[in-house]
Design a protein around this ligand. Sequence first.
Ligand SMILES: Cc1cc2nc3c(=O)[nH]c(=O)nc-3n(C[C@H](O)[C@H](O)[C@H](O)COP(=O)(O)O)c2cc1C
Length: 196
Amino acid sequence: MAQNDLRKVTKNKNYHMRLVMVNGLDVFDAISERRSVRRYKDEPVPHDSLLKILEAARLAPSAGNRQPWMFIVVKDRERKKGLARASNNQLFMADAGAVITVLSDPDRSPKWYLQDPMIAVEHMCLEAVELGLGTCWIGAFDESSVKRILGVPDRLRVICLLTIGMPAEKPSRSSRKDLLEIVFEEFYDNPIRFQQ
Ligand SMILES: Cc1cc2nc3c(=O)[nH]c(=O)nc-3n(C[C@H](O)[C@H](O)[C@H](O)COP(=O)(O)O)c2cc1C
């Protein structure tokens, strides 16, 4: 993706107007609707949608605003297959319109280089929901293989991969712990009371 292309689009005043919500979701709806999608239609991700998803990543917060992240967008089928093989043979990855490999630079943020990119990834997942696209975090991968396939320098880390594409499934909601199991009031292990 040409750098100028991205700058031109994001500086265009009408950019956000043109890309208004497809699904009309608010933030909580997007959080609630998001699923890990592992089956994709054989269709490319629209260019503007991909740009908006990447813009959502760019706007993520980071410790000291150091922004240690970088993103490699892979659309080439053979390269996607290579990444899938390097990810425990999760071959569905090759069917997604794009696979974004998320990198981080430990020199830029020695303490937070692992956490910061994760925030950017969830921004991308939620933006994808708004745009009617599916995503799946990929954490099971062989880092050195991914680096070799993409020509990533040794000093950088691969944080995760993210598939993005037109969903060919609508997974049901997976279970979550009850709020009562994970939230305490005032001190550890004191059950929260939800009345005001
Ligand atoms: C850090 C991280 C790594 C993950 N790695 C994988 C993976 O390698 N393959 C996969 O199919 N799903 C992966 N997932 C997706 C989880 O399995 C999924 O989020 C979880 O089961 C809850 O389902 P949901 O995303 O549909 O709500 C990963 C999720 C996270 C947050």
